[in-house]
Structure formats: C-alpha cells, structure tokens
Ligand binder design. Structure first.
Ligand code: ZN
Length: 509
C-alpha cells in the first residue's frame, strides 16, 4: 500500500469533487473541509468555540508565531496544539508573503520549515512566492523557480528531521496555464497536500473564470488522487464550484475579514448588514440577533460567516453522496454572472472532466446552456461514435407511431434514432436507458444545437451509411438553420425534412 493511499483516501466522487479522508498526525478528517484561519495575536473566535461549531481542522500562521517572542517560546514548549488549545489537526502557513518582503528566502524557508516541524504542525508549508495574476511571464517563471526549489528543500529537510507533518507543495505560476501545469507536474510526488496558491486577488476581483482556469490547469498536472487545497478561498459562494473542480481543502480568513467590514456572507454572495431588514439564515446567531445588533457585534457576525461556510460544505458533501453536485453548482453559479462564466471556463475542459468523473447516479436535470458540456453528454456522444449503425439510419425528433426499433431487412442493418437534446441521436432501443431517459424538459437552443452537432459527428463518422432525417417544427429555429444546412450538404444525407409535428413527442414521465 502506497504512502499516498494511506494519506488520502477517496470514498465518493461526483464530477471532479470527492469525499475524502485525509490522514494527519492528529487524526483523520473528512474532506471537502474548511480550515478557519486563526491569527494567534487577534482571536475573533477561539479554537474551542470553533470546535463546538463543528470545525475539525485549523490553519494558523507559523511566521507570526515565530516572530512574536512570547508566542514562539510557548509554541516551542507546548507545541502549536498546546498554544492554541486545539487537539485536532493544525496546518501552519509559512507567511510567505511577509517573508518575500524581507528577502533572503532560502535561509528563511529552511528555518521556517524546521520551526513548523518542531512545533508539531500537521501540514507544513515552505516559503512559496505568491505571484499575482497577469504579471510579466519572466517574473512568474523566476518566482516559480524559487517556489519549486523551496519545496524540494523542504521535502529533504522534513525527511532528515523525521517529523510526522505532511508537506504542502504550493502550485504557483500566476495566470500562465503552462506554468501552473508545469509546476503541478514537477511537484507531483514531492508534496503530500497541494495548495493552489495566489488566487485571492482573482477572487477579490470576481475573476472567477480565470480562477477556474487556474484550478483546471493545476489539477491536470497533479495526480488525480492527490488532496488539493485552494489557498485563500473561504467564501461560501465559491465552494461548490471549487469542490466540483476537484479542490478538497479550503481555508477561511474571510469569515473574520468580512465581519470586520460589516459584511454578511451567504452562499449566494456578500451582503452589507446595514442594508438588511432580516437575516435569511437559521443559525443560532441569526436567530438571536437583528441585522442592527449584528452590525455592532463583530464576533457574532464572524460566527455567522463561519457557520454559513461550514453549512455550505455539509450541503456539498451531501450532494456528492447523492450524485447531485452538478445541480448545486449550477444553482450557485446562477447567483452571479461572473460565476456562470467560471462554470463555462471550466467546461472548456469537458473531455478531461469526462475522463475522470464517475458515472452519474442521479437524474440528468437540464440546467441551462452549461449542461451541454456535462460528462454524461460527452460520454453519450463518444459511445454513439463507436456504435455500428449499419447501412441506413432514420433520425427522428420524436418517437413515431408503429416504429419500435431498429431492424434488419433482407440482410441489411438499419438503425432508428431519436434526436434528444442535448445528447444527440439515440438509438430507439436505448431511449429508455439512463441518463437519456431522465431528460425532463424540451431542450433550449443550446441543447438543440448540441444535439445537432452530435448528429453531424455521427454522419461524418459513418460515410457509408445513408441518413434520413425528419425534424418537427420545434427545430425550425433560425439560429439552427446553418447547422441544418451543413447536414443537408453531406453526400450520405439522403433526405432532411423539418416539418409540422407528425410524431408523438418523446415523453419521459
Ligand atoms: Zn446565520
């Protein structure tokens, strides 16, 4: 059994999201998981309060402890768990941002790694350089080189120290897809946990589409079974999307930072407390306070903010178990147009997602245009292209009366397909099988376009088959005419007809 398997065990999967168990020196924790950030110099909520709220793991800044003589002495004497009074796993951050300002990084990285190991950190972070988005490539490349070198040295040092802490190997590379990908490839096997770093500016600017690309390019270079930490992402509105793209660990300073500014977090976004008449949340804090009272109580507001993120993760884990994570992501991404563009950006990697994602277990709910890139749709199309459809194929947009299946006549092989949006042509015998049979509404324009593209691919893949296509008038949409025109131009398309409803509609009730 490999070390990695013992370290992180994946129990359930949905899209790229998974329920995992991370094995740390201070016990096992279930992922996806949120680690609240604890500033040992400024406790808004105590680790004990957090534990009562259901927090299983914390993250704190080793650099702040190291630089504060009194904290440092106590941490060295009692360990970081004794210092914070928390017996669950604790990840420590190197404070790489602060260190990058002071310089002399190589020495500092070794020193801070040694310190984290000495105080019994469960996850040790070397000094990485958080290169901001959209900097010149030369700078991103140079800083990535330093990060990679520091991670390698940290691995060596931890091996020498024989400490039990896990090593975080941060993936940097700014907004350059190939740098993120290269960093992920080079770090694979060196780290135990893989943070995707320097994404906070993207979240602050609502550049969720770029964030999704950064996650995908990093993920595509990492082993699929490695635990991934989206560093700095703790706002409940991004959690479902990030989990669906394969992130397992999150840290939240957001709960306290937003509370300090009177901001009330919800899974749909951020609200300004002074604009609110009621608190739309069932947590104990919101039950006992009015918006006005909460506005004067930073600690209570921080507690709500943290509770809402913890609750969102419970919902996410439950959706993974049910196989309905995609539906949750679609709901969440409808809350903000920038999130919707993130979903579309992620779906540009649909074939990678399809390769990794498990077979769906829940019904296919058509959730709008972004559904056309779902793994089920891609998978259906791939299977269709592998299928032997014989010498002739009749494609209908609804189930005709009296036609029950494909048949062989005089030794020849004919196929009857029903065109189902967004899947595409589906042999009539398979129309009642999962997940095609769960499409519950007539497709919109994008879904129909997707189905016609699948038909086009089928025609191209079967040049010796002659096609007969009959579509009802619901397909007669001006924006679809170009693709229908393309189908007509194929030599092996004998006949294409778009006409008034003559068939029974497909029904799935
Ligand atoms: Zn609340």
């Amino acid at each position: 059994m490999s070390r990695r398997y013992e370290l992180f065990e994946i129990r359930e999967k949905d899209v790229l999201g998974r329920i995992g168990v991370l094995n740390t020196p201070h016990g096992k924790v279930e992922t996806p998981l949120l680690m609240p950030v604890i500033n040992p110099n400024k406790l808004i909520l105590s680790p004990q309060q957090m534990k009562r709220m259901g927090v299983k793991m914390l993250i704190t800044n080793a650099y702040i402890i190291y630089r504060t003589p009194e904290l440092r002495e106590r941490a060295q004497r009692k360990g970081v768990h004794g210092l914070l009074g928390f017996d669950g796993p604790i990840m420590t951050d190197s404070g790489s941002y602060q260190l990058s300002v002071y310089g002399n990084l190589e020495v500092e990285s070794d020193e801070i790694v040694r310190f984290q190991s000495t105080i019994g950190s469960d996850v040790v972070v070397p000094v990485d350089i958080p290169t901001p988005p959209h900097v010149p490539r030369r700078r991103a490349e140079k800083e990535l080189g330093i990060t990679l070198e520091n991670v390698r040295r940290a691995r060596q040092l931890l091996n020498e120290l024989k400490g039990s802490g896990l090593l975080a190997a941060p993936v940097q590379g700014s907004t350059y897809p190939e740098l993120r990908h290269r960093a992920a490839l080079e770090l694979s096997g060196i780290g135990d946990v893989y943070p995707i770093g320097a994404v906070v500016p993207l979240m602050e600017q609502y550049r969720f589409d770029v964030l999704a690309q950064v996650i995908m390019h990093s993920k595509m270079g990492l082993p699929p079974c490695a635990p991934v930490h989206l560093f700095g992402a703790g706002h409940p509105m991004v959690l479902a999307l990030a989990v669906a793209l394969g992130c397992d660990l999150f840290d939240s300073a957001a709960y306290a930072l937003y509370a300090a500014k009177g901001r009330y977090l919800t899974p749909q976004g951020t609200q300004v407390l002074s604009d609110m008449q009621e608190l739309p949340c069932a947590c104990p804090v919101c039950a006992e306070h009015t918006p006005e009272e909460l506005g004067r109580n930073e600690m209570a507001l921080a507690e709500h903010n943290l509770r809402v993120a913890l609750t969102e993760l419970k919902l996410i884990r439950e959706c993974i178990r049910e196989g309905t994570l995609t539906e949750l992501v679609q709901q969440r991404c409808r809350a903000h147009p920038k999130l919707l563009s993130a979903l579309r950006a992620a779906m540009s990697h649909a074939s990678y997602i399809e390769e990794i994602a498990p077979q769906p277990r829940a019904p296919f709910f058509y959730g709008g245009p972004e559904s056309v890139q779902r793994p089920e749709v891609i998978r259906h199309r791939r299977r269709l292209l592998d299928m032997d459809i014989g010498e002739s194929c009749l494609v209908l947009s609804g189930r005709p009366r009296g036609v029950h299946g494909s048949r062989g006549v005089h030794g020849s092989h004919h196929t009857v397909c029903i065109l189902i949006a967004p899947f595409g042509p589906c042999p009539i015998e398979l129309c009642e099988t999962f997940p095609v049979n769960t499409v519950s509404i007539e497709g919109d324009l994008e879904a129909k376009q997707c189905a016609l593209e699948a038909l086009e691919a089928l025609i191209l893949a079967n040049p010796s088959c002659s096609f007969d296509i009959e579509l009802d008038e619901s397909w007669c949409i001006p924006l679809l005419l170009p693709i229908i025109g393309r189908l007509e131009a194929f030599n092996n398309v004998k006949h294409i007809d778009v006409k008034k409803e003559i068939h029974e509609g497909m029904s799935h009730e």
